[in-house]
Design a binder for this molecule. Structure first.
Ligand SMILES: C=C1C[C@]23C[C@@]1(O)CC[C@H]2[C@@]12CC[C@H](O)[C@@](C)(C(=O)O1)[C@H]2[C@@H]3C(=O)O
Ligand SMILES: O=C(O)CCC(=O)C(=O)O
Ligand SMILES: [Fe+2]
Length: 337
């Protein structure tokens, strides 16, 4: 990995680049939600990759398209307008800076809290101006729909793993207290990079990391860029598919399943080709939720691989870390030789 030379413009000088990886992953597991073996297929995918894509998910194309259009509208606003809802801390509009600990990427984004209470199911979007009301509604509708997919997915995972009760995982996401968030990412093309390196380096759009929550549900337009790290350490490109939803196993799911499911390391390369727009729901537990392997999953004599902690403790620690850090390391029990 190299840093672009000082010859590049200022805003490019601090974004890392990466050699192109030609490996396109044609083995992304596909789970058809309408099939009776969906749970078993998810379990296989989560044990092997921590990643799969879902078809027949039931989210209406109209809801997806409306959010994509509104997102394009928002990111197309003058910089001064977008800056009014930033800088992200961690919520709000962010531009090139990811998190609060020095990570950067070729990206602009809106990070939002999905704040659902009994009376007010609206997101606490930090937006107020006229056209941004439409964005708020589009996000609300999309999040409502994608949450249903997330609930179904974790219920099917519970079935596949033999977890009892079968709503042990979905209950965490359905809870009013669930600490979930939602993110719209925009990776613009980079004409300077294309001139400097027409078919060569990419910019790091979103550096390698795992998601801290239980699961993430990702949808993007038809632009490539997402890569996952396979169990052997190889980075591979995920072919874009704008009509499917991609599921990432997060760190919390790794803990809840005592390591049976592994959180997937992933990243986004950007700068070449068309702009990439992605929308991701991160389903997390309540702040006070104890993060420990689900009892019905543990075999006789099996003990937790992790120390005891709450989601609030994990989240606080995660948000102090850099993107690429191995966040679960601090919470693992020392291995007995
Ligand atoms: C560098 C960071 C950004 C992040 C918080 C963190 O300190 C480490 C985890 C990052 C991540 C990755 C998944 C999600 O995009 C995210 C919202 C999350 O919950 O954890 C981001 C955080 C962020 O962008 O603030
Ligand atoms: O934008 C994407 O496709 C993935 C971004 C991501 O991994 C994240 O926001 O956590
Ligand atoms: Fe992620």
């Amino acid at each position: 990995m190299v840093v672009l030379s000082q010859g590049a413009t200022n805003h490019l000088a601090f974004v890392k680049t990466c050699k192109p990886s030609s490996a396109i992953f044609d083995g992304v597991p596909v789970v058809d939600l309408s099939r009776t073996d969906a749970g078993a297929a998810m379990v296989r995918a989560c044990q092997e990759f921590g990643f799969f894509k879902v078809v027949n998910h039931g989210v209406s194309q109209e809801v997806v398209d409306r959010l994509e259009d509104e997102a394009i509208g928002f990111f197309g606003l003058p910089q001064s307008e977008k800056d009014k809802v930033g800088p992200a801390n961690p919520f709000g509009y962010g531009n090139k800076r990811i998190g609060l600990n020095g990570d950067v990427g070729w990206i602009e984004y809106l990070l939002l809290h999905t704040n659902s209470s009994e009376d007010d199911k609206r997101l606490s979007l930090p937006l107020s101006q006229g056209n941004q009301e439409f964005l708020r509604c589009a996000v609300d509708d999309y999040v409502r729909a994608v949450k249903e997919v997330a609930f179904r997915v974790v219920e099917l995972m519970a079935d596949g793993l033999g977890i009892e009760p079968r709503d042990a995982l979905s209950g965490m996401l359905r809870s009013e207290a669930s600490d979930s968030c939602f993110r719209l990412n925009h990776y613009p093309p980079c004409p300077e990079l294309q001139a400097l390196s027409p078919s060569g380096h990419n910019l790091i759009g979103f550096g390698e990391h795992t998601d801290p929550q239980i699961i993430s549900v990702l949808r993007s337009n038809n632009t490539s860029g997402l890569q996952i790290c396979l169990p052997d350490g190889a980075w591979v490109s995920v072919p874009p598919d704008h009509s499917s939803l991609f599921i990432n196993v997060g760190d919390s799911m790794q803990v809840l399943t005592n390591g049976r499911f592994r959180s997937v390391k992933h990243r986004v390369l950007a700068g070449h080709g068309k702009p990439r727009i992605s929308m991701i729901y991160f389903g997390g537990p309540a702040l006070e939720e104890k993060m420990a392997p689900l009892p019905s999953l543990l075999a006789e004599g099996e003990s937790s691989l992790y120390k005891e902690f709450t989601w609030s403790e994990y989240k606080r620690s995660a948000y102090k870390s850099r993107l690429a850090d191995y966040r679960l390391g601090l919470f693992e029990k020392p291995r007995v030789q």
